[in-house]
Ligand binder design. Structure first.
Ligand code: HEM
Ligand code: HEM
Length: 125
């Protein structure tokens, strides 16, 4: 794996480890307040980043494009801000909500960008 595929796979592994640690902490403390944070780290973080990694591994030419690199940067930055602010929000900091909302919209725009970046895999160039 190299380039965008590798970047996404490293991000996926980091999310997987952090997300499972949070899951274990929730189970051991029997405090499930952070359940949505754990759920989103695992699915939006680990699973989605792994899907993106394998996509770019299968289509290395698409992975080398500038837009694919922008997709990684946007998804990584928005995702980390989204998950950190979700944690802080659920830990009792309602003032963080506007940042959480903006990061969610940025993460969504990353998904829309991916649909555009991925179109040669569906329709050719
Ligand atoms: C060390 C491994 C894991 C532990 C200890 C763990 C622990 C937990 C706990 C305690 C909950 C809260 C359950 C509740 O309050 O109803 C939970 C929910 C959840 N976990 Fe994990 N988890 C682990 C791995 C995973 C993995 C690998 C995934 C996905 C790839 C995952 C996805 C989810 C999801 C989506 C929810 C929310 C389920 C719902 O909506 O009811 N977890 N997990
Ligand atoms: C823009 C990004 C996203 C936003 C703003 C968002 C928002 C939400 C909200 C408001 C809930 C309900 C939480 C609750 O009732 O406590 C939820 C639940 C859930 N979402 Fe998302 N979501 C996003 C992306 C995703 C993605 C990409 C996935 C899967 C790949 C996903 C999977 C889930 C799952 C499994 C649940 C149920 C577990 C839980 O209640 O925390 N979400 N999401």
């Amino acid at each position: 794996m190299s380039g965008t595929a590798r970047n996404f796979f490293i991000l996926a592994l980091a999310y997987g480890i952090v997300g499972m640690m949070l899951g274990l902490h929730m189970a051991m403390s029997q405090d499930h307040t952070q359940m949505p944070t754990h759920a989103h780290i695992m699915v939006l973080g680990w699973l989605m980043s792994a899907v993106f990694a394998f996509f770019y591994h299968l289509f290395p030419e698409i992975g080398r494009s500038l837009l694919a690199r922008i997709h990684f940067a946007l998804t990584a930055v928005a995702g980390v801000i989204l998950l950190v602010t979700l944690y802080l929000f659920l830990a009792g900091n309602p003032a963080i909500e506007p940042v959480l909302g903006l990061a969610s919209i940025a993460f969504f725009l990353g998904m829309v960008l991916f649909a555009w970046v991925a179109r040669p895999a569906l329709f050719g160039r």
